[in-house]
Design a protein around this ligand. Sequence first.
Ligand code: DAK
Length: 259
Amino acid sequence: MTYEFILVESQFQPHISLIRLNRPKELNALNLQLMQEIKHALYELDNNEDVRCIIITGNEKAFAAGADIKQMESKTAIDMLKIDQFETWDQIRKTKKPVIAAVSGFCLGGGCELAMTCDMIVASETAKFGQPEIKLAIMPGAGGTQRLTRAVGKALAMEMVLTGKFISAQEAFDSGLINRVVPEEIYLDEAVKLAKEIAQQSPIAIRLAKESVLKAFDSGLQEGLFFERKNFYMCFASEDQKEGMNAFVEKRKPEFKGK
Ligand code: DAK
């Protein structure tokens, strides 16, 4: 598939892929095609054995300023139902490999929801996060009321969702929404640094660990602990576990093969 609104480098760095949203004039507004392209690219990269971590980014001015308002403006509820964008978003969420959002500039509405669907967020000091849908007389529809609330707590989430106010990268960091805030010149490098740390671990253990952390969002403690336990046992079925522990004992660096 050739992409019109994203750029994909599957080997941006060894084992690390980059998806760049590429509608700069529209501040990377997420139209339907762009979302389909992200879904498709993530699926391909998720099934590429050479890839161990994926970064999604935009440009300095915008990660994404939200879903494409011009495309949504005239839609009816039934149009929205028929388009069923949730299938696309659900597929994105199901990516098994770790996905890092590298965010600079506007990260709003669906853009913020896309970043929150990723596993970690690295932001530039210039990033602005917000759920301004309320100003359009709608509300977040791709997880914004749920993921934001779980990340930053009720007080701030309620204020952001009900007033549409933006928060700075520093506020986002202080409230637990993002992992890092760094100068604009190095936000992508910083995301790559984080991706490299992940890429050098066992891909099998990474997959099981990611799955387990995500389980904490939609299960009670007992169910989550049970799920974690099964995935923990599963790690011992991998060659990587033997390699990891053997390397420790032999005082050498492990070489993980994803087997
Ligand atoms: N959609 C379409 N075009 C957009 C856009 C957007 N969200 N954001 C910006 N643009 C376009 C502008 O219209 C302008 O285009 P031209 O006029 O040059 O043709 C160009 O990008 C540059 O924008 P500005 O001239 O406005 O730039 P400024 O620096 O002055 O302002 C801004 C930047 C980010 C403050 C402003 O552009 C703005 O407020 N943008 C809208 C932000 C917003 O309200 N975002 C939330 C959209 S609603 C769903 C999943 C998700 C969603 C819905 C459904 N399902 C799964 C069903 C999500 C909904 C949303 O995100």
